[in-house]
Design a protein around this ligand. Structure first.
Ligand code: PAF
Length: 281
């Protein structure tokens, strides 16, 4: 695997590489990232991974300094996964001057994580557009665990007419259901044992909705209460339309997704569950 940091080096290395597929990451790679790398192979000739912990998407009280940086181990994993090129810019490669032009996601995304992490999606969209401009991929993969992020990036790509296919990868889970995340490393042993409750509650909501439950507010409230009774601090549990993450209307057949974000100790965990279109009962 080739490793490049300066933008000019990467651009040279990407000449005549056929269809390029990009998998942007912040490193500290786990099996979820590696599944994206493996899936990327089916979408092009050259698989490029990027590793960059993007300061712009962290708020002042977020974990930018704490965020685990494990470049050597990550390189071994990417090599084993057959990735062709790694773009691992330094802060001064990517932001040689203060970034003054930004991508501002629409008001409609100032909800869910957009509400609890103000400026987060602006930072994500800005760095991803910049990575797209640098790598000029024909396709890019993002995990569905960051469901709202995937939606923001899909919409940005469509609205700015970028010639890039955005592909979502399924969430990879531990045997007990916990979604893999770099932030799981912040959990103590007791918190790690508690953490699968989040996905269990989402499954319970999914089961209730599939069985015909329509009082989503009650399901959300009960799940948030249960989390908080077990030591979590919940930002939201929310049933939304898959299509645009807005509140579900009366159309019983639309596909829904239930999303949650809650803090357990030092970790803010997010997860979601897609609920198939209901049968109209
Ligand atoms: O999902 C992530 O790891 C980051 O938000 C991304 C897409 C790499 C942008 O920094």
């Amino acid at each position: 695997m080739q490793i490049h940091s300066p933008i000019t080096d990467l651009r040279l290395a990407l000449k005549n590489r056929g269809r390029v597929v990009l998998v942007p990451t912040m490193g500290n790679l786990h099996a979820g990232h590696i599944a994206l790398m493996t899936a990327a192979r089916a979408h092009g000739d050259t698989v490029v991974a990027s590793i960059f912990v993007n300061r712009l998407q962290f708020g002042p009280s977020d974990d930018f300094d704490l965020y685990p940086r494990t470049l050597n181990e990550d390189c071994d994993k990417l090599t084993a996964a057959g990735v062709d090129l790694l773009f691992a810019p330094s802060e001064s490669d990517l932001y040689p001057e203060a970034q003054q032009y930004h991508v501002e996601p629409p008001q409609s995304q100032n909800q869910l994580d957009g509400e609890f992490r103000p400026g987060h999606f602006r930072g994500v969209a800005t760095v991803v557009l910049k990575l797209f401009n640098i790598v000029q991929p024909q396709a890019a993969l993002f995990g569905k665990k960051d469901y709202q992020q995937l939606m923001v990036l899909r919409n940005m790509t469509r609205q700015l007419a970028l010639p890039i296919d955005i592909i979502g990868g399924e969430t990879v889970r531990a045997d007990d259901g916990l979604a893999l995340s770099s932030r799981n490393a912040y959990l103590s042993a007791a918190e790690r044992a508690e953490a699968p409750r989040l996905q269990r509650l989402l499954q319970r909501i999914g089961t209730a909705i599939r069985a015909g439950e329509t009082d989503f507010a009650r399901l959300e409230r009960e799940a948030a209460n249960e989390l908080d009774q077990h030591g979590w601090k919940t930002d939201y549990v929310a049933v939304r339309r898959q299509a645009d993450l807005q509140l579900p209307g009366d159309d019983r057949k639309q596909a829904l997704v239930v999303l949650a974000a809650s803090r357990l100790g030092a970790a803010r965990l997010i997860d979601n569950l897609e609920i198939d279109a209901r049968d109209g009962r």
